[in-house]
Design a protein around this ligand. Structure first.
Ligand code: PEP
Ligand code: MG
Length: 325
């Protein structure tokens, strides 16, 4: 199997009926970067920057951060890298930062919430990213966005940093794309307001499912109790795919869901044309894509979702087998 997947490395991920699906890897450290070429991926769909901070003994200064981001971009060799701003707080603790103990860390003072309340932290990171991507394209993604207005605050912060760098004579990125992660359910009901404020969106399905089902992703008893391949979450994702399409905003999904072939098949059926996953999942997902007919799978998933069929997974397993997927 492994050899079979390796043989697919340079084969583009195009379905039987000619639909190209963008396949990206999730990464967090420089050592992950060789996977980009080994797996034959289109880019890094999620670079979790907090790992660099967690491995450090003190808050990395702007220069050190810029060096790390620059090294990542160099290794990407022109392929796009989506840098997610710090998603710390709650259970991801930086021992050199004073963080309050919380009862519900997943729903607590984390990610962009902390970033906007402690702007020095986020500003330093944004400045380092802007400097690292001088003359290149820079993609920044904001985690745990809960309202469209938070993106206004983020844009204001980024503009300020651009201004400062410009005044100091630094070269800026040639192009800047700013996106939001969709992982807080509330945002699903404010998409028309969010869309004009973003260049792209990416579903963080790990957190999204945790919050949609009210089931702690770290709790073994409930973490995998509820299946994303059921009507409610699939309706949410379908609505999201339709709305982003209406607004012409690129959509991707970077949670664990993207790396499981049957889940990925359902996502493609709903209209997703870009996915980001652990490098080891690229082969199995690409192999599924190569034998998929999007018209047929879209029709099936749509019927199942509209009818509210409860065992969608079984239907998709059967479909996959009968189609030789
Ligand atoms: C997610 O929530 O799906 C995600 C990609 O982010 P993380 O797993 O880092 O929270
Ligand atoms: Mg998340």
């Amino acid at each position: 199997r492994q050899r079979q997947y390796r043989a697919l490395r340079d084969v583009p991920a195009v379905t039987r009926d000619g639909v190209k699906v963008n396949l990206n890897i999730n990464a967090g450290l420089l050592v992950d970067m060789p996977h980009l070429k080994d797996a034959g991926a289109d880019g890094v769909g999620l670079f979790r920057t907090e790992l660099l901070f967690m491995l450090s003994n003190s808050l990395p200064k702007v220069e050190r951060q810029a060096d790390s981001y620059r090294a990542i971009l160099a290794r990407a060799d022109g392929r796009p890298v989506v840098f997610r701003t710090l998603d710390i707080g709650g259970d991801k603790v930086l021992h050199y930062l004073r963080q309050p103990k919380e009862e519900n860390p997943a729903m607590g003072w984390r990610a962009v919430r902390m970033g906007l309340d402690r702007p020095a932290l986020l500003r330093t990171q944004v400045r380092a990213l802007l400097r690292a991507a001088a003359g290149q394209e820079l993609r920044i993604m904001i985690p745990m966005v809960s309202s469209a207005s938070e993106m206004d605050a983020v844009h204001a912060l980024i503009s300020k940093e651009r201004e400062i760098l410009m005044q100091r004579g630094h070269e800026l990125p040639e192009k800047l794309l700013v996106g939001a992660m969709i992982e807080v359910p509330c945002l699903l009901f404010e998409l028309d307001e969010l869309m004009p404020r973003v260049d792209f969106v990416s579903v963080g399905s790990n957190d999204m499912m945790q919050f949609l089902f009210a089931a702690d992703r770290t709790n073994a008893r409930v973490g995998s109790r509820f299946d994303p391949l059921t009507p409610a979450p699939l309706r949410a994702l379908k609505m999201l795919a339709q709305t982003t399409q209406k607004h012409g905003v690129p959509l991707t999904l970077c949670g664990e869901m993207a790396g499981r072939p049957i889940e990925a098949m359902a996502l493609i059926a709903l209209g997703f044309r870009s996915l980001s996953m652990a490098p080891a999942s690229i082969g199995p997902v690409k192999s599924m894509i190569l034998s998929l007919d999007t018209t047929r799978v879209s029709k099936l998933v749509d019927e199942l979702v509209v009818a509210g069929v409860q065992n969608i997974r079984e239907h998709l397993d059967t479909f996959a087998k009968s189609e030789g997927v």
